[in-house]
Design a protein. Structure first.
Length: 119
């Protein structure tokens, strides 16, 4: 079943807008733009050695694969064939929420709102 054109465009724009928030948060979170990386924020509260149960460095490498998949999803959902796929229509808003929340969390950490970031 094909989504109505206005709903399809709206959902695609929501995903893309969320991806922009995610990209900005990621660039700031990695310390590539602006301040320092997430691990340095909050006096090291978010570092891989902050607690005994914090995953150490190599465990965080999974985020590279996750980010690659998310970027691929953003591009994929704009392909003409996805308009006819029910699965694509059902996943756009949840994917947008995932992208936006990830970016917002990184932005909150960069703003040094540690309490909000841990909530």
């Amino acid at each position: 079943m094909t989504e109505p054109p206005n709903t399809l465009l709206r959902d695609r724009l929501i995903v893309t807008g969320s991806a922009v928030v995610w990209l900005v948060g990621t660039l700031l979170g990695l310390g590539l733009v602006g301040g320092s990386s997430v691990s340095a924020q909050g006096n090291g509260l978010f570092s891989d050695h902050a607690t005994l149960i914090a995953p150490h460095g190599p465990a965080f490498s999974i985020w590279s694969a996750i980010y690659l998949g998310l970027a691929g999803y953003v591009l994929w959902q704009w392909l003409p064939g996805t308009a006819r796929q029910p699965w694509a229509g059902r996943t756009r808003i949840p994917a947008a929420a995932t992208l936006a929340l990830n970016g917002v969390w990184l932005l909150v950490v960069q703003a040094q709102w540690v309490g909000a970031a841990c909530w």
